[in-house]
Ligand binder design. Sequence first.
Ligand code: URP
Ligand code: ZN
Ligand code: ZN
Ligand code: ZN
Length: 483
Amino acid sequence: AEFDLVIRNGTIGTASAVFESDIGVKDGRIAALAKGLGAGAQEVDASGRLVLPGGVDTHTHIEEPRGGPTKNADTFASGSASAAAGGTTTVISFARQGRGESLAEQVALHHERGKRSRIDYSFHMIITDPTPQMITEELPALVEAGHRSLKIFLTYEGARITDAEALRVLAAGRKLGALVCIHAEHHEMIQFYTEALLAAGLTLPKHHAWSKPMVVERECTHRVCAMAEALDVPIQVFHVSGAESAEEIERAQKRGLKVWAETCPQYLVLTADDLDRPGFEGAKFIFSPAGRTRADQDALWDAIRRGVIGNVSSDHAPTRYAGADGKLAFGVDAPFTKVPNGIPGLATRMPILFSEGVAKGRIDLQTFVAITATNPARLFGLDPRKGTIAIGADADVAIWNPEKRVTITNSLLLHDNDHTPYEGLQVTGWPETTFVRGTAIVRDGQLLAPPGHGQFLPRAPYALIAPRGVFPAPFNPVDRVAL
Ligand code: URP
Ligand code: ZN
Ligand code: ZN
Ligand code: ZN
């Protein structure tokens, strides 16, 4: 046969066009795009189906160690299965340096975990202890080895760094050519609120949202944009949750800054009211920043349509509800401060965005492809291999039935978590088959590929994240500091 695989008669969707074509795959790459292609050793009929680039999910906590009594519910084997079940073919997860730890050691450990991935993967490096020694002695080689993005937290006890440290990491990102991604919430305000809430006995899941109202995120979003401006460093702000934070992003972009922003499905379909469910069900909706309002959801869709927010990731961060003894893993009726932040979202990201976005007419198909695959691949230096359907690109595609109606239930998601906050949500449109480099990983909910099919994706230097060369003073402060 001329090709290893031919996907016939599909409607192809990319970030710029929708057209009818066959796809010919050879050696894991797209070798031909035309109608009436020659024979494939394997033939798939995609009549009446959409054939879309596999999703690129650039914010996923998979098999990430954490302190305390709970752990991340997914391994790379299960997390990558879940991603593929939802049409995603590439993930960027986090290699996390704890305080006093070597970043290089943590990256090496994460490489070991990644070997069981079924889909392709890359790493962001979480820096919680940016000592001058780590920055000068460990970081350059790690970036050079292809880990071209850094994450910092400005809140969370045990993870957050100070503004002075953040400036040092930003400077390092600029010098080494790595994109700095930031969790932006004002830590001391959250702490002040939290102490007051606990003192008042207000400890329910819904009080999680009270402890971190939008102002803590709006202020910090403004602050990190200003820090990025001061040192002329491109950044991505993680999980923008609503209108006021999106306004800060847009303001920075209008100033000409290279500030990119991400949001997540939870901010588009859930609200703070979900925390107020009966019993302890609200605990399944504790994530940070907290869910907001319907008006915030509308503002986020608008920001997506106007290109202010170009990346929609899952922020997959699963914790089991039930512990090994059948009781709540984090304690019955635990105060909100004891519930690990984060929800699972790898499998549901694309179906929810397709249904709420494309099927409901909020965004077109090209925009859906852009925010789930093409933009994140470009932003993190994974293009042209990932994020689009083009000759020479990896044959990472998902065949979608745009009409299929599915009621989301946990067992469909192929993750190792015991619940989803989207249980019972009805969606229209579902990925029926997901291919990574021409190999089917999931078909009709059946997992076909073994752990280990995935490949690590080192990222080469790329122009998109080059600094502008513009400082607010007639002086470059970054090149003066030792690195
Ligand atoms: O609540 C969340 N988002 N948990 C995951 C860690 C983070 O902040 O991204
Ligand atoms: Zn490495
Ligand atoms: Zn975060
Ligand atoms: Zn996260």
